[in-house]
Ligand binder design. Structure first.
Ligand code: PMV
Length: 323
């Protein structure tokens, strides 16, 4: 009996070091891959033309998928059409260890893994730009005003410097610092948070809109300072920039009690700086530890304070060659 070939596509989560929200307003942001949180997509061809999906939210024919999978359904149909494989059905299984709606790029990572596995099935080699554009097809449905940062970073194996409209640059650095990523266990609210910052930015009250644009600009400056601190391995300066960024994000109303609590606990446990990461209003925070032993102390402290999960991410980014 002939066994069907199995196709696989993978991607990983991401952590925004700095620049969330301000990136929507064309300021730069820095994000890092979080290799420990992954998506695996597996495709097995079918003898008929149907597409079946098996994932955490749904198991069944794609045309019956719930609204929460609308972005992935649209993406799959678009890829089938563009790759001219509408007459070839398949079973697609998606497994993810990236927590949802925690600012770790879960939806974009699922899209990237799906794009990679379908491209492989269709014998198409997509450029980085094509892969990004397809990911944005799904992300623009899942989020309002998606800057594209998630789409770019979950597909990169190195840290990235991202500016909306300009795409990304790879950043390389090797500092002794370690980031502790901690999940509050509370669902984030990126869509609402982005809309609320927009309302402040466009407020009819001139003072509010002026202050908001000043804050956004300062977040951009802090991002530039962080890039410099990473190059110079200056973890103390990096921690200070993170602290200031968190204060500004709080003023933009995108923090939460749970995030603030974990941030305070991390700083008391020795973090050089800490801030929310991603859209905010829940989701994850990051704390900068001087070394692995301090990272361990911070992990223990935040877990005791209610973090449902923590990850450790060394501040090392190397150029990855794909040839
Ligand atoms: O929650 P996340 O990781 O998807 O964060 C999105 C980052 C924002 O700057 C808040 C929005 C965006 O589209 O860039």
């Amino acid at each position: 009996m002939k066994t069907a070939r199995v196709y696989r596509g993978t991607s990983h989560g991401k952590v925004i070091l700095i620049g969330e929200h301000s990136v929507v307003y064309y300021q730069p942001a820095i994000a890092m891959p979080l290799g420990e949180a992954r998506v695996n997509a597996q495709l097995i061809p079918r003898e008929d033309t149907s597409v079946y999906v098996d994932c955490e939210y749904f198991c069944g024919e794609l045309s019956q998928a719930p609204q929460s999978l609308h972005n992935i359904a649209v993406l799959i149909e678009r890829l089938r059409c563009d790759c001219d494989i509408q007459s070839q059905g398949f079973n697609l299984r998606i497994d993810s260890t990236i927590p949802h709606e925690r600012g770790m790029g879960s939806s974009a990572a699922v899209a990237v893994a799906v794009i990679r596995v379908i491209a492989q099935f269709a014998h198409r080699k997509l450029s980085q730009k094509e892969e990004f554009d397809y990911t944005q097809v799904a992300e623009n449905i899942a989020h309002i005003n998606a800057s594209g940062m998630d789409s770019a970073t979950v597909a990169s194996d190195a840290a990235v410097w991202f500016k909306r409209g300009e795409g990304l640059e790879t950043l390389t650095f090797e500092t002794p610092g370690v980031l502790v990523v901690a999940d509050t266990g509370v669902t984030g609210a990126t869509r609402k948070a982005v809309a609320d910052v927009r309302a402040l930015y466009e407020s009819a009250d001139g003072d509010i809109s002026f202050r908001t644009s000043e804050r956004i600009e300062r977040l951009g400056e802090l991002t530039r300072e962080c890039a410099q601190s990473l190059q110079e391995s200056n973890v103390v300066a990096l921690g200070n920039s993170m602290n200031e960024a968190h204060k500004i994000l709080s003023a933009l109303t995108v923090s939460s009690e749970e995030l603030d609590n974990l941030i305070t606990v991390a700083c008391e446990a020795g973090a050089l700086g800490a801030k929310l990461t991603g859209g905010g209003r829940g989701g994850c925070m990051i704390a900068l530890a001087e070394n692995t032993s301090s990272a361990h102390d911070i992990q223990v402290a935040v877990e005791k304070a209610g973090a449902v999960r923590t990850w450790r991410l060394p501040l090392i980014s190397r150029e990855v060659r794909n040839d």
